[in-house]
Design a protein around this ligand. Structure first.
Ligand code: CUA
Length: 354
């Protein structure tokens, strides 16, 4: 078998015995290159992107990233000090005098780490109030209630009085330059709500309402994830985050509050006739189910199945046909008994919803 692709050198892989025979020859160089690539490429690529805590787009995430870099510098200083001492001790021709050894232990072993660790601790404690959630008056503070479901996100935007203004799913929109309080819940198992570019994570615990306050600074589209193992599809439980300019956000809220079931009456009729409305709601229609994700303006969403597949007609159809194959243990039943044409018709209808 031609196994060139595995070495990346144009030479086929040889047996272990062959490799052993020519020792450390050039045959190790590709391996080293491969190891370097696989270690450093992911390391560096994780420094930026839609889901990187080191590329912050929000106030809390900036504090977390700064804390990380300060800790990194502190750690490097201690490491250089310790390794330097090690070399010094190894190369010293004569042993230390008793007094010299005592001084070394006092300054190098007690004072130096105490000063560095105390400085790092003070910095971390000083940062804490900035990343603490908002517990003050709720008047004038924007609140979004997010519930972790198996395995998707129910997102409810609350009005000034705390009533639900509208609901959506697997997508969170926030205005930039404003603190938003997230009220985090779960009906059954523990999930964890995490938008790395905006801030730290917070668990969603059944029977509790946890709070997380985030302030987006840079407009953009980011990715949030579930950060607590919650079942078979834990890794398939993501959401899109849109940080929008305040004006664009207000326009979206108005559009969302007045959204309808679209122009495709035949598509809607089929959706209702096949029973989809028992679990799903679409604003402005008779579909008012609450078990599954709200599908209003579904065509605008970035994905199908909470970050599992790109939002395209064929993927929607695939999901409807057999959700369990795309997303293990998803609660939605399969609809493989429907005609292929019907499934495609419903998928087209959903993709067209704005
Ligand atoms: Cu939800 Cu992990």
């Amino acid at each position: 078998m031609d196994d060139d692709r595995l070495t990346g050198t144009g030479r086929p892989i040889r047996s272990g015995r062959d490799i052993g025979r020519d020792g450390v020859s050039g045959s190790h160089r590709p391996a080293i290159r491969g190891v370097t690539f696989f270690i450093f490429f992911p390391l560096l690529s994780s420094c930026s992107g839609v889901q990187s805590a080191l590329d912050p787009a929000g106030r809390e995430a900036s504090d977390v990233a700064n804390l990380f870099f300060v800790m990194l510098v502190g750690g490097v200083i201690i490491w250089v000090g310790v390794v330097g001492l090690l070399f010094h001790a190894a190369r010293k021709p004569r042993p230390h005098s008793e007094k010299g050894a005592g001084q070394l232990i006092l300054w190098g072993g007690a004072v130096f780490p105490t000063v560095i660790l105390a400085a790092l601790l003070s910095y971390a404690v000083w940062l804490m109030p900035n990343i603490r959630p908002w517990f003050g008056e709720d008047v004038g503070v924007r609140r979004v209630e997010v519930t972790g479901e198996q395995f998707w996100w129910r997102v409810r935007y609350l009005d000034e009085r705390g009533a639900v203004a509208f609901e959506t799913a697997n997508e969170v929109r926030v205005p930039t330059g404003e603190r938003v309080v997230f009220l985090l819940k779960s009906p059954d198992v523990i999930h964890s709500f995490w938008i790395p570019v905006l801030g730290g994570k917070m668990d969603m615990i059944p029977g509790r309402e946890n709070r997380l306050t985030l302030q987006a600074e840079k407009p953009g589209t980011y990715r949030g994830v579930c950060a607590e193992f919650c079942g078979a599809s834990h890794a398939l439980m993501a959401f899109t985050v849109h940080a929008m300019e305040p004006k664009a956000y207000e326009d979206w809220v108005v559009a969302r509050r007045t959204a309808s079931g679209g122009q495709d009456a035949a598509g809607l009729a089929l959706f209702l006739r096949q029973g989809c409305a028992a679990c799903h709601a679409i604003s402005g229609t008779e579909a008012r189910g609450t078990i599954g994700p709200d599908l209003t303006a579904f065509g605008e969403r970035g994905s199908v199945g909470a970050g599992t597949l790109p939002n395209a007609q064929e993927h929607i159809a695939r999901f409807i046909r057999d959700p369990g194959r795309v997303k293990p243990e998803a609660r939605m039943p399969h609809f493989s008994m429907l005609e292929a044409a019907e499934i495609e018709r419903i998928a087209t209808y959903l993709k067209g919803l704005r």
